[in-house]
Design a protein around this ligand. Structure first.
Ligand code: AMP
Length: 279
C-alpha cells in the first residue's frame, strides 16, 4: 500500500477507525535525520501500521525562540519516510491542531520544573498538550521517543501513567554523528566553526562517564570537570550541566543510583542539548 499523507484530524481519525492491527506512532517536528529514522525503523519492526506526524508545534516554542525559522523540508521528509516503509504521515496545519478558541492544556508536575524549564518556561506544557492531542487522534498501540530529549521522554511517560493513557512508550537510544554530536534538526544552524565546537557536549559527557567509571561518586566533582572542559571552548556558553536522579530528575550530590547526566549549551546562537545515563 502506498504511503498516505493526511492533513486533517477528521481524515486521520476516520482512517484510524479502519485499522484493527497494532499502530506504532512517531511524533516529530520534521526536517528528519537518522535520529528520527531510528524511531521509525523501531516502530516499523514492532507494529503492523506505522504513523509518523510532522508538526512544528507553536505551543512548545517560547517567545524569542526559533518557531518561525525552524527548518522545514516536507518533500524530503516524505521521501525519507516512504523509504522506511511508513504507512501514514499526519501533517496537520497549525489551525487544524489549534483552532479558534482552543483553550485546554495538559500540565505535568514536578519533572517538568527541572532542567529545561528554567530556560524554556512553559515548554513542556506545550509538548504534553500536543502529544496528548496526537495520542487521541492517532490512538497508537506504542509511541516512540528519543533518549536525546531525555526530560521529554520522562514527562510523556509520567503523563501516560497519570492520565491512564492506554499505550506503550518506547525510548530509543540517541543517534550520533561520527564525532559524537547528537543528531538534531537544529544542527543545520551551526556554521563550520560552531559545528566543530559543538563536539564539546559529547566530550564532556564522555569525561563524566570516564570519571564515574574510575570510581568518582561526587556529582559536584564531575560537574566541575565537565564545566571546565566546556569553558575551554570559546564558542560554548553553558546553560546548565546537571547530574540528576534518572527517574525524578532531582539533582544528586552522590551518584548512588541511576543518574542522568545532561546539559544544554549554546554554541553561537543555537542551543544544543545532550545526555547520557550512568547506571
Ligand atoms: P523533534 O523532531 O526534534 O521533535 O524530534 C522528534 C523525536 O525524535 C523526539 O522523540 C526526539 O527525541 C527524537 N530524536 C531527535 N533527535 C534524535 C537523535 N539524535 N537520536 C534519537 N532520537 C532523536
Amino acid at each position: 500500500m502506498a504511503m498516505q499523507a493526511i492533513r486533517t484530524v477528521a481524515e486521520m481519525t476516520a482512517i484510524r477507525q479502519q485499522i484493527t492491527s497494532s499502530v506504532g506512532f512517531v511524533p516529530t517536528m520534521g526536517f528528519l535525520h537518522q535520529g528520527h529514522l531510528a524511531l521509525v525503523k523501531r516502530a516499523r519492526s514492532e507494529n503492523s501500521i506505522v504513523v509518523v506526524s510532522i508538526f512544528v508545534n507553536p505551543a512548545q516554542f517560547g517567545l524569542g525562540e526559533d518557531l518561525r525559522t525552524y527548518p522545514r523540508d516536507p518533500q524530503r521528509d516524505l521521501a525519507l519516510l516512504e523509504e522506511e516503509g511508513t504507512d501514514i504521515v499526519f501533517m496537520p496545519a497549525s489551525e487544524e491542531m489549534y483552532p479558534q478558541g482552543f483553550n485546554s492544556w495538559v500540565e505535568v508536575g514536578e519533572v517538568t520544573q527541572r532542567l529545561e524549564e528554567a530556560s524554556r518556561p512553559g515548554h513542556f506544557k506545550g509538548v504534553a498538550t500536543v502529544v496528548a492531542k496526537l495520542f487521541n487522534i492517532v490512538a497508537p498501540t506504542r509511541a516512540y521517543f528519543g533518549q536525546k530529549d531525555a526530560q521529554q521522554a520522562i514527562v510523556i511517560e509520567k503523563m501516560v501513567a497519570d492520565l491512564n493513557m492506554n499505550l506503550g512508550i518506547v525510548v530509543v537510544p540517541t543517534v550520533r554523528e561520527s564525532d559524537g554530536l547528537a543528531m538534531s534538526s537544529r544542527n543545520i544552524y551551526l556554521n563550520a566553526e560552531e559545528r566543530q565546537a559543538a563536539t564539546v557536549l559529547f566530550k564532556s559527557l564522555n569525561l563524566a562517564r570516564q570519571l564515574w567509571l574510575a570510581g568518582e561518586k561526587s556529582a559536584h566533582e564531575i560537574r566541575e570537570e565537565m564545566i571546565s572542559l566546556i569553558q575551554g571552548e570559546p564558542l560554548a556558553e553553558i546553560d546548565y550541566v546537571s547530574i540528576a536522579d534518572a527517574q525524578t530528575l532531582e539533582e544528586l550530590k552522590e551518584i548512588d543510583r541511576g543518574a542522568l547526566v545532561s546539559l544544554a549549551v549554546k554554541i553561537g546562537k543555537p542551543r544544543l542539548i545532550d545526555n547520557i545515563i550512568l547506571e
